[in-house]
Design a binder for this molecule. Structure first.
Ligand code: PMP
Ligand code: GLU
Length: 397
């Protein structure tokens, strides 16, 4: 039997694979420290869980409109207005099974075969695969460490062809934690407008910013950029709701309609109870977000300080999200137990086998000279894991 060559070209998600492996090792009784998961270790706040329990007890257990319930769409519109200064109507919102699904729907809605999407690297690994799923061509533009891993307009210009259809912006970034400033975003907006491109703005980490930087929505600048932007967001990261699977897109009405049509056949509505939970999360008290953010910030500071003092590796202090993007360049070529560390994959494997520490090699994020540490794990595990990484590095020859 000949299988789909498109599907055969899709790589599995290594972040999910590493997370699953670390969880399995733990279940097998191994004292593993998992820095892999981009998943808050906190429990979903009680008032959110209670909203789902109430909905279930009231029998809210049937199909809903495929693109989401109206009260949730209205709450999302209010949030976008209040937080991001962008005006949307409910018919411009599509609620999906996580932001991952929103992104896939977006690429399905805007791409024709061989359309190119510029993806600045380092990038969250799924973007490249999602574009391929939608028959598009990912065009990776690697940003430099000197520019805090953010792309410049000159770099973008070099990637431009007559096939370029869209550019993806993820700020704060997974895996670097970097934030594009308003000035940088305005330049990207001008670039998109003058070259007739869509902008897919993944803002899922917008609430997890630790210093004085402010998140700005690129769609808020003017009507021209608003008309070509699709905002992606969701509740997974902000409210510790990864398993509930609710994300959303805000787009021009015509695009939202197409996304809703695709979704109506592919999956129908996202889970009815999870939609009620997401409604409670978005429209309820935001105090829980501050509590989690304060804890993430403590971990960020601790982790950054420790990594900065270690031999051979370095990182730029992340401004948001919950990841540290660690440069391994000086480790490459060294040996551990006589095995040469050629790239981030070998490093991650040796670290897991010898010190039971799971990290994400950033090969699939476009950088095989870096690895990613998540600080969405408990402080005691961070301490233990960093002790082990330090010991591992001391044993390099
Ligand atoms: N965007 C980014 C940058 C992410 O890191 C993730 C993490 N899974 C997502 C989107 C998707 O999140 P979810 O599907 O859980 O809403
Ligand atoms: N986005 C998270 C991460 O990068 C969760 C895993 C995934 O969906 O890729 O780790």
């Amino acid at each position: 039997m000949i299988l789909s060559s498109k599907a055969l070209d899709i790589k599995p998600s290594s972040t999910l694979a590493i997370t699953a492996k670390a969880k399995q090792m733990k279940a097998d009784g191994i004292d593993v420290v998992g820095f892999g998961a981009g998943e808050p270790d906190f429990d979903t706040p009680d008032h959110i869980k209670e909203a789902a329990i109430k909905a279930m007890n009231e029998g809210f257990t049937k199909y809903t409109p495929a693109s989401g319930i109206l009260p949730l769409k209205e709450a999302i519109c209010k949030k976008l207005q209040d937080d991001n200064n962008v005006s949307y109507k409910p018919n411009q919102i599509v609620v999906s099974n996580g932001a991952k699904h929103s992104l896939t729907n977006t690429f399905m809605a805007i791409l024709n075969p061989s359309d190119e999407v510029i993806i600045p690297g380092p990038f969250w690994l799924s973007y490249v695969q999602m574009v391929k799923i939608a028959d598009g061509v990912p065009v990776v533009v690697k940003a430099s460490k000197e520019n805090n891993y953010k792309v410049t307009i000159d770099e973008l210009k070099k990637a431009l062809t007559d096939k370029t259809k869209a550019i993806l912006i993820n700020s704060p970034s997974n895996p670097t934690g970097m934030i594009y400033t308003e000035e940088e975003l305005r330049a990207i907006a001008d670039f998109a407008v003058s070259n007739d491109l869509f902008v897919v703005a993944d803002e899922i980490y917008e609430k997890l910013i630790y210093g004085d930087e402010k998140h700005v929505s690129i769609a808020s600048f003017n009507e021209e950029i608003y008309k070509r932007t699709i905002i992606i967001n969701g509740v997974s990261k902000t409210y510790a709701m990864t398993g509930w699977r609710i994300g959303y897109a805000a787009a021009p009405a015509e695009i939202a309609k197409i996304m809703g049509n695709v979704q109506s056949h592919a999956s129908s509505n996202p889970n009815s109870l999870a939609q009620k939970a997401a409604l409670a999360a978005i429209s309820g008290s935001q105090e829980c977000v501050d509590v989690m953010k304060t804890e993430f910030n403590k971990r960020r500071n601790y982790m950054y300080d420790r990594i900065s003092k270690m031999s051979y590796i370095s990182a730029i202090k992340p401004q948001g999200a919950f990841y540290l993007f660690v440069d391994l360049a000086d480790v490459l070529g060294k040996t551990y137990n006589n095995e040469v560390i050629e790239d981030a994959n070998v490093f991650a494997k040796l670290l897991l086998d010898n010190e039971s520490v799971a990290v994400v090699p950033c090969t699939d994020f476009g950088y095989n000279t870096h690895f990613r540490l998540s600080y969405a794990i408990a402080m005691e595990n961070i301490e233990k894991g960093l002790d082990r990484i330090e010991r591992f590095l001391e044993n390099l020859k």
